[in-house]
Design a protein around this ligand. Structure first.
Ligand code: AMP
Length: 373
């Protein structure tokens, strides 16, 4: 192997990064609590439970992450050893705090819903006065997949909201955005400053978890250059290296940024088959200091998550134009176990294929009755 990349986290994102790294003669090693994790089949796991941080740091040439809540003190230990991590620590620190994230968007003229910091009950009352109702209250740190959130629709709910979220101490109150759809833009920046962007994904959720993504997002020709401009601003400002994701709301007033993820993203899994160079390969290329590949899409795709329960594998594979990716995880409600990318030879068959697959999957897909892609 020519190079070893150390990755914080050993979930499916690490697994798919390592799968993309192998053909480039790049080995991945992982720092992760669970030694039986999805990445374990692809490289050694250094257990974070057994205090293996030092040996993990010694085992690799350069570092990255697949877990955005990677503790900053662990990154600091690595930096003190004069090792490099991509993306940069600053990007990670900002992405771990919704308030810093929103402040950065504002500073870079990327539109966001009006927001305020909330540190006590009194602040919620004043946020209601200033922003009006409804507002979305979120914990500043640690929330994911819609957890650590409360939609406040009436003043009667203020006490309940504080009861549920107040332990987190630092919250953010945002105006409720009346969006028509949710999209995400994924981009990669190389060590030489080269930036490449994949097409926008339109994302659909079920019970707060990503159910499926349609790529390119339908009717998004006018949105693509704007989203591209926003994410490029972020990448350049942060002197970022690697893949960055920006989640956005589509509103009548234009795009509003919701949050960024300093890593490869579920809404980019389609790119393994659907793009010339996937988010995983380009991330590895960037971290290794190699030239980036083209992010152009080959054909329209739908990426569907397998959540909670496995489908019958033979039933899925009997459909023409499907690519199945399983993560070697055990079944549990709400858990992402794998994904399926639909890429029929004839793209006009995408909707039909999607509906056929929806009948096979044990968990309901957030498909609308009149869905056309
Ligand atoms: P987040 O954890 O910020 O990604 O939020 C999870 C989901 O909550 C998003 O995908 C949206 O569907 C919804 N959401 C978050 N923030 C807002 C907001 N300010 N207005 C309306 N919906 C929101």
């Amino acid at each position: 192997m020519d190079k070893t990349i150390g990755i914080f986290g050993g979930g499916q994102l690490g697994r798919m990064m390592a799968q993309a790294a192998l053909p480039l003669n790049i080995q991945c090693v992982f720092y992760e609590a669970n030694t039986d994790c999805p990445s374990a089949a692809l490289g050694p796991i250094f257990s974070s439970k057994d205090n293996c941080l030092k040996s993990f740091i010694q085992s690799a040439d350069v570092f990255s992450l697949e877990f955005e809540n990677t503790p900053l003190n662990e990154v600091d230990t690595l930096l003190a050893d004069e090792k490099n991590i991509h993306p940069p620590r600053t990007a990670l620190a900002i992405a771990q705090n919704r308030l810093s994230e929103k402040n950065l968007f504002k500073r870079l003229d990327i539109p966001v819903a009006p927001f305020l910091a909330v540190d006590n009950l009194e602040d919620i009352h004043s946020a209601v006065d200033k922003l009006g109702l409804p507002i979305v209250l979120k914990t500043a740190m640690g929330g994911y997949d819609g957890k650590g959130q409360f939609v406040l629709r009436s003043e009667d709910q203020i006490l309940q909201a504080w009861d549920e979220l107040g332990d987190a101490k630092h919250l953010i109150a945002e105006s409720f955005v009346e969006f028509s759809r949710e999209v995400s833009i994924i981009a990669v920046r190389g060590q030489d400053g080269d930036v490449k962007t994949w097409p926008l994904a339109e994302n659909h959720h079920h019970q707060g978890i990503l159910s499926h993504s349609i790529v390119p997002a339908p009717n998004s020709d006018d949105l693509q250059p704007i989203a591209q401009e926003y994410i490029t601003r972020l990448l350049n400002h942060l002197d970022y290296v690697g893949v960055l994701t920006l989640e956005l709301f589509v509103t009548p007033q234009g795009l509003y940024a919701n949050e960024m993820a300093p890593r490869v993203h579920n809404s980019g899994h389609w790119s393994i088959e659907g793009a010339i160079c996937s988010q995983f390969e380009n991330h590895i290329r960037a971290v290794a200091g190699l030239p980036l590949g083209s992010t152009a899409f080959i054909s329209p795709t739908v990426m569907i998550n397998i959540i909670g329960k496995h489908p019958n594998i033979a039933d899925v594979l009997s459909l023409e134009g499907v690519h199945l990716h399983l993560y070697n995880k055990s079944e549990r409600a709400g858990r992402k176990l794998g994904h399926i990318t639909l890429m029929p030879k004839d793209p006009t068959q995408l909707t039909t294929l999607c509906q056929k697959l929806a009948k096979i999957l044990p968990e309901p897909l957030a498909l609308t009755e009149d869905m056309t892609i």
